[in-house]
Design a protein around this ligand. Structure first.
Ligand code: HEC
Ligand SMILES: [Cu+2]
Length: 295
């Protein structure tokens, strides 16, 4: 919504946007009611009790039970109401849906967003997604805390170093929508943004097929050989054979690589070196893809 040249309300372009607007408006209405009520009383008393006016100025009653019960019960109910609508929407937004149509890996780093698609396509500061499909982002930062924010979708989530965080949305409108970093992250923070391109599922597929791709599993396999993983895990060293890794969650696999001593596999020695700082987050994602592709 725009007022002249001034945008005053972002577009409603994803499934949860309406719900978030509802929470905003409920809270705004309740707060306005009290703010305007106080303002109105202030102006009224200013006028009614101004100097020289023959108003009744005898002492007011010290105890007024009905009034007291009123101002305890009413605000309690209203704040519980705000809590209820807010908490309900919060769970809808932050609980990942059971199933998702597309999962994209997002790596934030000073000062750009890098998107990795499951087929190996890669983009910077631009994310293509299909209209009406559920999109889940698996996000991590290479350096400081960033925040992935798309106002038109009403989604925002911190992107942290050292831990995966997740965000989901379902676009309901085609078009480019602005993407921001919403956490001050250094000199060029303001430039850390981009566009989300929402296209029809057919156009999306066509776009995806037309991208230059490099299989993340192949990249991961190469890293596995180059960084000595293979030497231990498939050599004569007493190291686990890394089978059935597809059931392990990515958080566990990532930690096994950068903090191998955090969880020692029973029956093995803690001889695995830490790869923290030696592999980029993008490389770790490739390794995870490879580990999960193994039987
Ligand atoms: C010096 C030998 C050595 C090297 C090099 C090594 N590892 Fe390990 N790794 C081990 C040992 C021993 C364990 C079991 C003890 C533990 O959990 O730390 C292990 C555990 C793991 C686990 C957990 C397995 C499970 O069943 O839970 C994963 C995943 C893993 N390594 C991946 C890698 C990757 C990826 C690399 C290369 C980037 C690598 N390792 C390099 C020796 C090694
Ligand atoms: Cu940032």
């Amino acid at each position: 919504m725009k007022l002249g040249p001034f945008p005053i309300w972002p577009d409603v372009a994803a499934s949860e946007a309406g719900g978030v607007d509802f929470v905003t408006l409920v809270v705004l209405a309740i707060c306005s009611f009290f703010a305007l009520g106080v303002l109105f009383c202030m102006l009224f008393f200013l006028f009614a009790y101004r100097e020289g006016r023959p108003a009744d100025r005898t002492a007011p009653p010290l105890i007024h039970h009905k009034l007291e019960i009123g101002w305890i019960v009413l605000p309690t109910l209203l704040s519980l109401g705000m809590f209820w609508v807010g908490a309900r929407q919060y769970y809808r937004l932050y609980q990942l849906p059971e199933s998702t149509d597309v999962t994209v890996d997002v790596v934030g780093k000073q000062w750009m967003w890098i998107m990795h698609y499951p087929n190996g396509a890669k983009e910077i500061n631009r994310l293509h997604v299909p209209l009406g499909k559920r999109v889940t982002l698996r996000m991590i930062s290479q350096d400081v805390i960033h925040s992935f924010s798309v106002p038109d979708f009403r989604v925002k989530h911190d992107v942290l170093p050292g831990r995966y965080t997740y965000l989901w949305f379902e676009p309901t409108k085609a078009g480019p929508f602005h993407l921001f970093c919403a956490e001050f992250c250094g000199t060029s923070h303001a430039a850390m943004g981009g566009w989300i391109e929402v296209m029809s599922p057919e156009d999306y597929q066509r776009w995806l097929d037309g991208q230059q791709t490099e299989d993340p599993v192949q990249r991961g396999k190469l890293l596995f050989q180059q960084h000595g993983c293979q030497g231990c895990h498939e050599g004569s060293v007493a190291a686990p054979r890394l089978q059935r890794m597809k059931v392990a969650d990515e958080e566990y696999l990532r930690r096994s690589i950068v903090e191998p001593n955090a969880d020692i596999v029973p029956g093995f020695q803690s001889i695995m070196p830490s790869y923290a700082g030696r592999l980029s987050e993008e490389q770790i994602l490739d390794l995870i893809a490879y580990l999960r592709s193994r039987p």
